[in-house]
Design a binder for this molecule. Structure first.
Ligand code: XIL
Length: 397
């Protein structure tokens, strides 16, 4: 036998031994989808399962499990705070990129997509900006120019690294605001008028021709009365339709999905119907900040299982409703949870009267809760006709 043939035999032998080594293990351990991560299971559907990431938690050396789960369970990440204007430009003219860069690097290392959050929002603005407008030292004209510059600077820095940008966040009022008729609310609408929305999308597109540009808001999981005066979903739908009709480069609508077990919430088909209606406008959809909080009654805090169980079940059911609706509609590109563990959820700090919590899919000790298992089951058991490749729109120009 010539050397070449021996080599071939050797390669085959090695390959066979390798195969034999794995076969018995494989045979005794058949493919077990329950052992797969949410990320892996989601990608069978072309769906990214993501999480918001806290940079502090990521850097906490005493909390390695946070990093492990953030990198292994999710195929997409969102900066919980690091890309907000107050974090990026705490002092006028001086950008602090390090935490946002860190997240983008983390995502690259772990082959994750990044949802950029957020370019234009009325909250978490730098003090110099809001006080400058309040005391008149920043004129309306200058404010508009500052916004254009901010969007351009941030989007250009991360050009090619951001899959979806939340360009405008929470621009629309709620029925409990004054006036109760739904309207464009907050700092930007008050100072620049609602035209800032179209401007923001155009500026973002000019800075990155490829990122998918999203409008993002809460309480838009399902349609209500259909009257835009009191149905926020309808209001956002009409807004999106109007923007598209004007040729504004809006590619997607993100439904945050901050739910609470004390509310009625929605069933899967109601949410599916809403996603379908938005897709009818030619836009992508996504759940961008899902969590399902509960009231922390004295009984819950004392560990009373009769009070805890129904909350955990209701929470799991609501996580699942949004996931099933997302799986059912091909325009739904990603499902992101707003923090994955009760150890690091914004809920207790934000909703404290009455106290709320238990909002995420892992408990404070990183044990998966029912919500996690339900999301996993939804991803495993979704079969035809709901095994549907996602259809991303071409970034609009
Ligand atoms: C929250 C963060 O989770 C908190 O850490 C921060 O103190 C306040 O903002 N909608 C959004 C998110 O779009 O940016 C908010 O994040 C939650 C509500």
């Amino acid at each position: 036998m010539k050397l070449r043939q021996w080599t071939t035999v050797g390669v085959v032998a090695v390959a066979t031994i390798a195969a034999l080594n794995t076969v018995p293990a494989t045979a005794s351990r058949p493919y077990d989808p329950t052992a797969q991560s949410l990320a892996t299971l989601g990608l069978r559907h072309g769906l990214h399962v993501g999480t918001a990431v806290s940079i502090d938690a990521l850097n906490d050396a005493s909390d390695p499990q946070y990093r492990t789960l953030a990198s292994s369970e999710f195929s997409s990440v969102t900066a919980e705070n690091a890309m907000k204007w107050e974090s990026l430009e705490p002092t006028r003219g001086t950008y602090n990129w390090a935490p946002a860069d860190q997240l983008v690097d983390f995502a690259k290392r772990n082959r994750q997509s990044v949802r950029g959050h957020v370019l234009v929002w009325h909250n978490q603005l730098p003090g110099w900006l809001t006080s400058g407008v309040a005391d008149g030292s920043i004129s309306k004209q200058e404010l508009r120019e500052l916004l254009r510059k901010h969007i351009t600077t941030v989007v250009k820095r991360y050009q090619g690294k951001i899959w979806q940008w939340d360009v405008v966040n929470e621009a629309v009022s709620d029925p409990w605001d004054t006036p109760s008729t739904l309207h464009y609310k907050g700092f930007w609408a008050q100072n620049l008028g609602p035209g800032y929305i179209a401007d923001a999308f155009r500026w973002a597109r000019a800075a990155d021709p490829k990122a998918l540009l999203f409008y993002n808001d809460y309480n838009i999981e399902a349609f209500g009365s259909g009257n835009p005066a009191d149905d926020k979903t309808q209001f956002v739908y009409d807004m999106t339709k109007g923007l598209r009709a004007q040729g504004v480069p809006i590619d997607g609508v993100g439904s945050q999905g901050h739910l609470g077990t004390q509310y009625g919430n929605f069933d899967t088909l109601q949410v599916t119907a809403a996603l379908k209606k938005f897709s009818g406008l030619g836009v992508a959809t996504a759940f961008t900040e899902v969590d399902v909080r509960s009231q922390m009654t004295a009984g819950v805090q004392a560990g009373n299982s009769e009070e805890i169980n129904p909350r955990l079940q209701a929470s799991a059911a609501n996580f699942s409703v949004l996931m099933k609706a997302c799986l059912a509609v091909r325009s739904c590109l990603s499902y992101t949870v707003w923090g994955f563990s009760d150890r690091h959820s914004w809920v207790p700090g934000w909703f404290d009267d009455p106290p709320e919590g238990l909002a995420t899919i892992y408990d404070e000790n990183y044990q998966p809760k029912r919500a996690y298992q339900e999301l996993k089951s939804d991803l495993i058991f979704a079969g035809p006709p709901y095994v549907l490749p996602r259809l991303a729109p071409k970034p609009r120009r």
